[in-house]
Design a protein around this ligand. Structure first.
Ligand code: UDP
Length: 311
């Protein structure tokens, strides 16, 4: 297949692009590097344009767009919602229009568990009510709705994957955010000598710290390959990508200390605004619909990220 990976110079996008190429697909990366890094595209052709100008690269030879181009900082989205509506929804709609104009009828989209907000019941299924609590989750949910309506009206074949917490590294590609907010990269900085801050020690969880569902980035990328089998004109599938199990912040902290062999200096702080106590996926739909289950452990992800960091 000829595939345009929008956002393919970012963390998850670059791993996904590499895995598609390794499986024999012809991959073109579209990324204007506002959040991505050119070297993450590696040997793959990189078109340095925003997704709003996807019409300049797409043509009828493309079969599929994998769309992972987005702004993805929850806190920033609360302070600057206009940026998230413009980039994640407005530019995304331009990408859909470019696909229609060039007859490209298949899309796999990186949605998020943030579309569910703070659910009342766990684990989170695809039928859990979507009540996002920040503009990041709202704009991703809005794009999911756009895909549903384009599927009905324009015969688009679409899959939205609702990612839970993505960790790990592959082939030198790892998390490299200018402002690092994520748990595992911050713990790795802790293992390298910085003080690590636990946000929230009073949650109603067994050890008082927040629980999340962590998935290795390679397992996640491979779900996109598995989704090719269910892309069907007029149908929009929404699928959670999680492991179905959760780890607390303290459990991840212990795992990072064990894997790296370094003791981490820890301080405790209040929870970040809006951080839920626990988010864990019901991952059964991914298994039944596309035959996908994660196979790599949290410790494997930590080891891979630690190695990529040293590289
Ligand atoms: N967290 C933390 N310290 C950090 C970064 C994150 O205690 O330096 C906690 C955060 O409060 C949350 C969990 O780790 O409970 C996962 O945070 P992350 O930002 O990685 O993902 P989120 O689930 O918020 O999207």
């Amino acid at each position: 297949m000829k595939v345009l990976v929008a956002g393919g110079a970012g963390y998850i996008g670059s791993v996904t692009a590499v895995r598609f190429a390794e499986e024999g697909h012809e991959v073109v990366v579209l990324d204007d590097l506002r959040n991505g890094h050119a070297d993450a595209a590696g040997d793959l052709p990189l078109v340095d344009l925003p997704i709003s100008r996807a019409g300049e690269v797409l043509d009828e030879t493309f079969d599929l767009v994998v769309h992972l181009a987005a702004d993805a900082l929850v806190g920033e989205s609360v302070e600057q919602p206009e940026k998230y509506w413009a980039n994640n929804l407005g530019e995304g709609l331009a990408l859909l229009d470019a696909m229609r104009a060039h007859g490209v009828g298949k899309i796999i989209f990186s949605s998020t568990c943030a579309t569910y907000g703070q659910p009342e019941t766990l684990p989170i299924t695809e039928d859990t009510p979507t009540r996002p609590v920040n503009a990041y989750g709202m704009t991703k949910l809005a794009f999911d709705h756009a895909l549903s309506s384009y599927a009905v009206a324009h015969d688009l074949a679409a899959v939205s994957f609702r990612y839970f917490n993505v960790v790990g590294a592959y082939a030198g590609r790892t998390e490299r955010h200018e402002v690092e907010t994520h748990l595992v990269p911050n713990l790795l900085k802790g293992a390298a000598g910085q003080t690590f801050t636990i946000f929230g020690t009073d949650f109603p969880t067994p050890d008082g710290t927040a629980i999340r569902d962590y998935v290795h980035v390679v397992d996640l990328a491979d779900a996109h390959l598995a989704a090719l089998a269910v892309l069907e004109p007029g149908v929009h599938h929404i699928i959670n990508l999680g492991s179905g199990g959760g780890y607390s912040v303290r459990e991840v902290l212990d795992a990072v200390q064990e894997v790296t062999g370094h003791t981490i200096a820890v301080e405790e702080a209040p929870p970040r605004p809006g951080d839920p106590a626990e988010l864990v996926a019901d991952a059964s739909k991914a298994k039944t619909l596309i035959g996908w289950e994660p196979t790599r452990s949290l410790k494997q992800a930590i080891a891979d990220a630690w190695e990529a960091r040293d590289a």
